[in-house]
Design a binder for this molecule. Sequence first.
Ligand code: SAM
Length: 295
Amino acid sequence: MNTTHHDGVTASVNKRSGQLYIVATPIGNLQDISPRAVAVLKNVDKIAAEDTRHSGRLLKQLDINTHCIALHEHNERQFSEKIIQQIKEGSDIALISDAGTPLVSDPGYFLVKLAHQEKITVTPVPGPSALIAALSAAGLATDKFCFEGFVPSKGGPRKAFYAQRQKEPRTMVFYETPHRIVESLNDLCSELGEQRTVVLARELTKTFETIKNASAKALRDWIIADANQQKGEIVLVVQGFQAPEGETLSELAEHTLRVLLQELSLKQAVKLTADISGEKKKKIYHFALALKNSE
Ligand code: SAM
């Protein structure tokens, strides 16, 4: 090719290397595909898809007949090298995933990294992502946020995962599966506190789209009471940690206090925390009261 327009339309003559497009596809509603994404997918030489059968249905609906090849997490390294070779030989290739933006909890990292190493042009064609869709509608701070991918599936690692994020001040975004949502919210309640604001963003852009902003406890109880909320695809958006007003403790003192408060009276927990951490009893006492009040 000698020209690559930004609408994705390419004309091929005598350019040596092709390029790699990273194309976002819908997360439910077909109409969310952009005209530019359709143009790119129609005009590239090949589409690398996570699941060719799944993407085949989408491409058929969009009347796109471009040849599809599989690039999934099990063959990513081996196939990335082949794809890069084809691009070097002049092919334009688009990467798509089953839904949303490739590389966001989806394959493609190795391919894109290799493309950069090989000085191949990588062009994003942005569009839907469950992460950004959920965040934009959650009603929580968006000036700073962190995306943490999927919550661990097993109880122990999941508790530890939430515990490690107790003091994360940014809004947090997690992907979660419907059959674990109740257990996950139980662990979130115990590690981040029942009053932490959490948003359930379920089935985004689809018929049963649900966005519910509530305290962790209220949200969990609401989901338990309605089995329909335990179905479909889920993003959790969680409010960041806000220190109780006026008082902060050292990490050791706060951790000790939180653990002891689960087993002992407030008075005993405060005394032992002061003995262990060396911090002033009065300060710990105020912090403990604020913690209790926020539960
Ligand atoms: N690459 C995708 C993206 O950009 O959003 C994410 C792929 S990841 C393998 C799939 C997870 O994304 C689902 O388990 C769910 O947590 C979330 N997800 C995808 N589509 C969704 C939707 N329509 N509503 C809510 N969550 C969704």
